[in-house]
Write a protein that binds this ligand. Sequence first.
Ligand SMILES: Cc1ncc(COP(=O)(O)O)c(C=O)c1O
Length: 456
Amino acid sequence: MAPGAVTPAEAATPAPAKAVPVAVNPAQAALDASIARFVAANPKSGELHELATSSMPGGNTRTQLHASPFPMCMRSGKDYQVTSEDGVTYTDFVGELTAAVFGHSHPLIIESMIKALTTVGINLGATIAQEHVHAAAMCERFSLDRIRFTNCGTEANLHALAGARAFTGKRKVVVFSGGYHGGVLMFSGGEPAVNNVDRDDFIVAKFNDIESAQAAIRQEGVAAVLIEGMQGGPGAVPGKPEFLKAIEAAAKEAGVVFILDEVMTSRVAPGGLAELHGLKPDMKSFGKYLGGGLAFGAFGGRADIMATYDPRPSSTSTTFLTHHGTFNNNTLAMYVGHVGLTQIYTPEACTEFNAMGVKWLSDLAEVTKGTKMCFTGVGTVLGSHFTAEGLQTIERETPEDWTLKELFWFEMMEDNFWITRRGSIALCMGTPESELQRFVGCVEAFLKRHASLVSL
Ligand SMILES: Cc1ncc(COP(=O)(O)O)c(C=O)c1O
């Protein structure tokens, strides 16, 4: 037997325990305790998750919603609240990742949905007049020459890219590290995700870094630059206005199509984030609340670029891009989305709603001063962050303290606030000011309770 080797019997016998003190990470200990309380308080969600694993891998069909030890299972929603299968009601700060602008039971949304169902019917397999009505309203609101509808934001971006490629005759697309443009267009890890489409056709530049963006846009063969004005993935990280302007200028100079992904941000101002920063993108993509809470997407912009989709014969082109999709013009989204945009989220309502978010963000900045925590965001879309240095500006590359982030998530649920695990928040209209202030108080109490973990 080789010197130093152990026999199987020796290996199986544990060495006598020595009294070596095990270092306990206090943040991890607090998190473990909060997870134990979560498990005890939500047995039904745990059971349902177990059940779901027998038909779906990991019991999941939307990665964003997976959580360990198990995700909270929601049973219903009303106005600005959601209620879990365990019978607990929460103030909904997830806001369906920005799609639930109207809350969960707005009377006008319900009324228009019933009206469309009873007077129009579910999808007619034909062009409907309402398509143009919603298209015209969106063109006017978001300064577009032409628009087309899709089933979701992902598709909207894919079609916008196809349009830009057909228009320029080039293939490459500049995107940004941390960017998210849909389930097959993700750059959250700093490079194209494994399941992305056209992985080799992307150049990933650094968000909020003008030089990196300009160098990428000026490369040979670039058709388009696709960017979110505020990155949702890293937690509502706003693009600096001068950075976004520089991209617009570089794209114009290089003849590259500038596509602003407004899927999340079209709600931050009446004309979207483009209006907020005075940007004039060549194309924009949309989704979320603009279908009235139903599955929806749209892309639009300059008439000459959108003409690549025009199926009518023309003097300049005999070919056009096809744009199929059973539910592109689905009756419900066309009617309900239109009511949502023109009767509920009017320019006035949108301005007032986002002003409330701006004030709330400043209240949160006040109570997080001198701690590792900060909130970022635009309007009513926010992200919470914990950094060792107490940074106020976050980028995808910024190292964050995920133990504190998780602890915050679990403990805010105990205070009846439903936020995303990654710490992002999207308000629903009609959330009472008293709930916003209760949250500020709960954040303050959390920071006091864990002062030894979160103070600078
Ligand atoms: C900025 C952005 N673009 C695109 C998408 C994709 O939209 P959808 O989930 O409707 O495909 C999302 C979804 O969260 C998004 O936030």
